[in-house]
Design a protein around this ligand. Structure first.
Ligand code: UD1
Ligand code: CA
Length: 460
């Protein structure tokens, strides 16, 4: 169920597309569902901002059912009648409760089958059950009499700590045989799916509940505060999984590591590091503080010094980055290469063992192996209209403070004198000078100083 607006978030974005652990809440729920059944048997109920939600889940191959006018959780089931008509068992997941695990969903489904129930709900004991529907049990332990929503609960019922999680298993045929008995005679004037518990009881059908071992799994994200709590839980669990896999994470609560990030054993992650999106970090690396790495691949034994920013880029084994290197999308750095302080790159290939250690911009460039780029070098890749390419072949030495005006090629083993402005190709093994020759005026400084001093003598 993902049709709701999420009024309590005060947001222009649909609730289920808000992110926790670096990806949409709904994506977590779908990933769990896909561990239980294949995508073609998963139906997402969309309504509020339906097209945005549909687009966000398109790549997974799940089906969408339009819930145009949202008249409650029961109504969401009514609009899916046709899509779900062939199914013997229907499992309902809440699109806004992302921590649910596939193991729990499987347990819910199995319990439903072994109990031969018509409706099975997943429940949980909460210390603070406020706001949730309460599970009213029958005299025996497993069977459920009804679910009572907070607003309709008596003060005695409000004391019940067992809540309805919003996850259910239904007998498909029985659900659709009885769903038209739902009414909107309640505090919100909606069709409540929860009312099916009472309806089935009156029809002498079996309604049971199974309690989660970990109540944290069913928590919903109705408010920003709840979302923040779920995010913290998910990220802490991610850090624990990394620690178990042999990664050292110092002060995990200061790091922001997204759910899909992979890190190799013996890598050390210092405080205040962010590893985001589909980032993969190899083994034996050190990622130092304040680095923010997004959708990037880092080989083994790479040292990332403080304050490095990487986006959609790749770095080979044994390379060194930072401090304060900025790798923009499409930067590929070879094995053992170095990028140092205040070096910005964009859409480049830098070969094995090549170095650009200080204050440099390299954009739209193909740079070979064993190249040395001096401090302050700039590829002038943009003429105000188009971008042009710079090619620097293997073994080139670019002196400090050079500007390379693209399109331009520096041939293999060539040498660029410091402070050159290179506008023409340089052949292999040549030396290029692109600056005015130095001229000298002997004694000029001394003479000037003396002239200034004499002009300071005040005459009466
Ligand atoms: C619901 C349950 C409550 C339970 C709680 C657990 C009902 C009446 N109450 O309350 O017993 O304790 O979940 O979190 O079901 N949705 C639609 N179409 C609609 C309305 C909602 O698709 O017309 C979707 C929402 O996007 C959401 C889910 O259904 O994903 C639950 O709706 P929500 O309004 O959050 O229900 P709760 O008030 O939390
Ligand atoms: Ca909810």
């Amino acid at each position: 169920m993902a049709a709701g607006k999420g009024t309590r978030l005060k947001s222009k974005h649909p609730k289920v597309l808000h992110e926790i652990g670096g990806k949409p809440i709904l994506a977590h729920v779908i990933a769990t569902a896909q561990k239980v059944v294949p995508a073609q048997h998963i139906f997402v109920i969309i309504g509020h901002e339906a097209e945005r939600v549909r687009e966000a889940v398109a790549a997974t191959g799940v089906n969408c059912v339009r819930h145009g006018e949202q008249r409650g959780t029961g109504h969401a089931r009514m609009v899916a009648r046709e899509a779900l008509s062939g199914y013997d068992q229907i499992i309902v997941l809440s699109g806004d409760a992302p921590l649910i695990t596939a193991e729990t969903v499987k347990k819910l489904s199995e319990f439903h089958t072994t109990q031969r129930a018509t409706m099975t709900l997943l429940s949980a004991d909460l210390d603070n059950p406020h706001g949730y529907g309460r599970v009213i049990r029958k005299g025996n332990a497993t069977d459920v009499q009804a679910i009572v929503e907070e607003k309709a609960a008596t003060s005695k019922q409000k004391k019940v700590r067992e809540i309805n999680s919003g996850f259910y298993a239904f007998s498909g045929p029985a659900l659709y045989e009885h769903i038209d008995s739902l009414s909107t005679d309640n505090a919100h004037g909606e069709y409540y799916l929860t009312d099916m518990a009472g309806i089935f009881n009156r029809a002498r059908k079996k309604v049971v509940a199974i309690k989660t071992a970990d109540a944290g799994e069913v928590l919903g994200s109705n408010t920003r505060a709840e979302m923040m709590m779920l995010d913290a839980r998910l990220r802490l669990a991610k850090c624990r999984a990394l620690l178990d896999a042999g990664v050292t994470v110092f002060y995990p609560h200061t790091c922001v590591i997204d759910s899909d990030v992979e890190v190799g054993a013996d890598t050390v992650i210092e405080p205040f590091v962010q590893l985001l999106g589909q980032t993969k970090v190899g083994a034996d690396c050190r990622i130092r503080s304040y680095s923010v790495i997004t959708n990037s691949v880092i080989g083994d034994r790479v040292v990332v010094k403080p304050g490095t920013i990487m986006e959609d880029s790749r770095v080979g084994a044994g390379a060194t980055l930072g401090p304060y290197t900025h790798m923009r999308p499409g930067s590929e750095v070879g094995e053992g290469a170095h990028l140092g302080n205040f070096v910005e790159t964009k859409k480049i290939k830098l070969g094995k063992g090549s170095k650009a250690n200080h204050l440099t911009y390299l954009g739209d460039a193909e740079i070979g192996d064993g190249v040395n780029i001096g401090a302050g070098t700039i590829t002038c890749n943009y003429d105000g209209v188009n971008k042009h390419k710079t090619v620097i072949e293997d073994g080139v030495f670019v002196g400090s403070d050079s500007t390379l005006v693209a399109p331009v090629r520096l041939g293999r083993g060539s040498y660029v004198a410091a402070a050159s402005c290179i506008t023409d190709d340089v052949p292999a093994d040549a030396l290029a000078f692109g600056r005015a020759r130095q001229s000298l005026k002997e004694g000029w400084a001394k003479a000037t100083r003396e002239k200034r001093r004499s002009s300071l003598v005040v005459t009466p």
